[in-house]
Design a protein. Structure first.
Length: 317
């Protein structure tokens, strides 16, 4: 008697002084699926990948030349990256030291992951004017091919990674972090943007300093900015600073559509949450900065009370 197939993706963790994923290499922790004789589909979530350089003096290197995959028909996997320093931009920074890992902003749109953690030992910088849109691509099964796939085959052979509509896809989360007490700082420079799907989560945790001069937008989600300082020592440069151009937004969101009967349907999500925690240090909000968790409203066609089938356009908050 054969044991049932494992549907959940597994875990892969690699750490060392230098960590290199060569071009053409693939790490795949995608979840699988099973189709029963009655047509019922059972799915497994994606697993986790962790790639870390562990040099205490920040002299190690992390190179990502291959593919990282954590797809699922349901919930994608988790991806964690730790490099000596991170620079997120549309092009590699000129003259940067070898230990700086450059990531394209669309790194958080690839591989089907539901949660991205990007950490730098000494610092993380989101360059000016650069936009990050964390998304989870979902596997859409081709049932006609899937039923012919032998047990143990790859789900990627019978499915297509697809970015579903905002209404139909789960929100991905993004964490940016530093771990060096001596020099760990995070900057979101002027004009930069981190924008999640409705209900998404953004967590930015710095050991030394955190400055936001761009926009963080997680509609009906949560945003947490924190200093993860340990001990009782207070240093003058340890602070969360929202510059004059900073926008930290978790406003309500109306997700509406027209159904088969021509009625306006959907849901209205309330404002989310914003948390700023500087431990025992400072929080500075410069003039012009904005924190906004306002509610929203929209009109939906809801059942009336007079007769069966009656609907009325109703403003929903």
């Amino acid at each position: 008697m054969t044991s049932p197939a494992q549907l959940e993706g597994g875990s892969v963790a690699v750490s060392g002084f230098d960590v290199s994923l060569s071009s053409g290499a693939t790490i795949d922790v995608s979840g699988s699926a099973r189709i029963a004789a009655n047509g019922k589909v059972t799915t497994g979530e994606g697993g986790s990948i962790s790639l870390k350089t562990m040099a205490g003096d920040n002299s190690g290197r992390l190179q990502l030349g291959g593919r990282l995959l954590g797809y699922s028909v349901s919930k994608g996997g988790k991806l964690e990256i730790l490099a000596p320093s991170l620079w997120i931009d549309t092009s590699a920074p000129a003259g940067a030291p070898a230990n700086v890992l450059w990531l394209s902003p669309d790194f958080v749109e690839r591989g089907g992951f539901s949660a991205y953690t990007l950490a730098g030992q000494s610092g993380v910088t989101l360059a000016a004017g650069v936009e990050m849109h964390p998304h989870q691509e979902t596997l859409v099964l081709d049932r006609s091919r899937a039923v012919l796939l032998p047990g143990g085959g790859s789900i990627l052979d019978v499915s297509t990674p697809t970015l579903l509509s905002v209404r139909g896809r789960p929100a991905a989360s993004l964490t940016l972090a530093t771990i060096s007490q001596a020099s760990g700082s995070i900057e979101l420079r002027t004009g930069s943007l981190i924008a999640t799907d409705p209900g998404g989560r953004v967590n930015i945790a710095s050991r030394q300093a955190l400055r936001v001069d761009g926009t963080i937008d997680a509609p009906a989600g949560s945003i947490t900015l924190s200093l993860t300082t340990t001990g009782d020592t207070l240093l003058g440069n340890q602070a969360i600073v929202l510059g004059s151009d900073a926008r930290v937004l978790s406003r309500g969101f109306a997700s509406t559509f027209t159904d088969a009967l021509g009625h306006r349907a959907g849901q209205v999500l309330g404002g989310g949450s914003v948390s700023l925690n500087a431990f025992k240090n400072s929080v500075v909000t410069e003039a012009g900065s904005i924190i906004d968790v306002s509610a929203t409203s929209d009109y939906l066609d809801l059942p009336g009370s007079t007769r069966l089938g009656d609907v009325r356009s109703t403003r929903v908050f």
